[in-house]
Design a protein around this ligand. Sequence first.
Ligand code: ATP
Ligand code: MG
Ligand code: MG
Length: 347
Amino acid sequence: GATIGILGGGQLGRMIAIAAAQLGYRCHIFAPDRESVAAEVSADFTCAPWTDAAALAQFAAGCDVVTWEFENVPVGPLAAIEPLLAPHPRALETAQDRLKEKRFVESLGGTPAAYAPVDTDEELAAAVDRIGAPGILKTRRDGYDGKGQWRIQTARDADAIRLPGAPTIYEGFVEFTAEFSVILARGHDGEVRFWDSAENTHVGGILATSALPAGEAIAAQVAPARELAARVAEALGYVGVLTLEFFATHEGPVFNEMAPRVHNSGHWTIEGAATSQFENHVRAICGLPLGDTATTAAQVVMTNVIGEDANSAHECLAEPGAHLHLYGKRQAREGRKMGHVTRIGQW
Ligand code: ATP
Ligand code: MG
Ligand code: MG
């Protein structure tokens, strides 16, 4: 069988590797951290820094295709293995910088929150003056799970903020009615399939739940959001699973951010859809036909197991219709995603 290389060693890689194994593929993980929950379910593991060109070349030599599960893999060293990569690294390059990402999506007709790049105190004051408060200051790069973000309630808050010393972006706060994501798979031949859009809730900047069916506020906005997501995928020549996060507002869908990969808000597809996001990602990057993305249950709720909640996670196994996924992480730190539960049909 062929070997799939995966850049990144976290739970997304673990679930890609599990789906790949079912289709008869071997996985080889490349990640800088010795502890890797993806490597634990894979045939091979290269533990090396992202910038170790020799290790990366040797890793790639043993792979038939290389993908990623971590969106902050430095793009520079990937140039050397570009022919093997799926999706194309231009998707990473775009999504790794919130400013670049917003400009790109705007150029395709999408509407982000009002925003301004901020590198100095003066630029922050000017941005808050123009866009108004409340708003959120975010680092342009490397943020996830709400890390690298500062809420600004009033112009005075902005005066008190110490910039992080890395480029940031100020975004106006979007008064949304709900949040949802569009997750699609795009094949080698350009075929695009969408999963149903779940309604996402966040607690403290971290995804808490994804539920289907989504409420009416979302249902009406999925069509234009999908059109935008398809244009994004097309423009990037994308192959694999791509996610766009949106705010449903009275003015229509407002683009939040994209993730050029499988996504936490798509974990429900393992039990709740005919083909999971992980399997379709594998199918797409391996040049296989895409599977049916239809939702197979009337109601689906995915709940993340975060931090110490992992200690009592097994309790859900007493419920019929509850599917527990624990990622095998050794330490349950606060705010750390330890697993998830998908409840089908009843809860
Ligand atoms: P992840 O990549 O893990 O989804 P992240 O760190 O990139 O998270 P964002 O998606 O930018 O963070 O923000 C996390 C959450 O914070 C959003 O899903 C939303 O609930 C809230 N949020 C972010 N930006 C805005 C905004 N401009 N207006 C209102 N809410 C926002
Ligand atoms: Mg993000
Ligand atoms: Mg997000």
